[in-house]
Design a protein around this ligand. Sequence first.
Ligand code: ZN
Length: 364
Amino acid sequence: MRNNSFKYWSVPAALVALLCAAGWINFASAQQNQNAPPLELLKVRGNIYALIGAGGNITISVGKEDGVLLVDTGLAQNADRVLETINNLSRRLATFDQPITQNAGAGGSGTVLTGIEPPKPIRYIINTHVHPDHIGGNEKLSKAGATFTGGNVAGNIGDAGDNAAIFAHENVLNRLSAKPAAGQPAIPFAALPTDTYHVPYMNMSHFFNGEGVRLIHQPNAHTDGDTLVYFRYSDVLATGDIFTPSSYPIIDLDRGGSIQGIIDALNNILDIAIPEFRLEGGTFVIPGHGHISDSADVAYYRDMVTIIRDRVQDAMKKGMTVDQVKAAHLTMDYDGIYGATTGFWTTDKFIEALYKSLQQQGKK
Ligand SMILES: [Zn+2]
């Protein structure tokens, strides 16, 4: 589906309504206060769900065997509602996905449903990158969980208690544990990654909820510590902010991001994702922000980013300044979909970052 012609929100909304009616999915909105933004929980495929609205998108693997694995944790102020939503989901799956007979009890022969099962623990958290809208819930959600003992986390247990383990690329830990800027609070110890990797990719050491999970580093893209998380059996890829179909790509130059890294990473996503038929369907891609996507969405987005990069590069070759590039409206045909004149990531900010990133690239 094309990014501008199809929003996944509409289809899963109907699906979610059905699932709600069936008692399988609970909107957290029932419990939230009126000022808080709504959280939306979507089943993606198999054990994988997406929780949207807590900051960056959160990807959830939930199962009766292993419990819960999260990709990102949203903003700190939403952590309680995120935890409640995850626990509701986990509890429902644990309670209802088991044999129940009508004539249980006295005279019956079947299993007695003795009550609501407790939710399964959060075992692992994977952070796609360093930004607070993706790691803000780390402390609360990790403390609410419990790691497996033994294996590759045994060495951390003395440090981290028995909280859920937090995985990230080592650049994420380096940035989070660096001395905070004047006036900024230090990141709490329990929010820091407990396990890091520095190689191009790392596999989780064992199956989780029946599938392999691979963490794939994307160098100098949105930041210098970006991780794609691939669920191999469900065929779902969580991208973090490398792919944000709701806006132009956010290039965090101060934290090692670059335009070329983003384009390379988008091409890597397209290498991993396999469409079902003519670029539609197949691998589901959960972006850092915005709607659940497939290969067609990513390809369209990759083309857009590449085209705008080329336009700005040509303008720079003609000697145009950044202000002249902004005034030339080189993104006009895409602004209706990705542009913004207000808020954190305006079109002008995108052009400034893109221009600067190309300047830095030219100096190399
Ligand atoms: Zn980000």
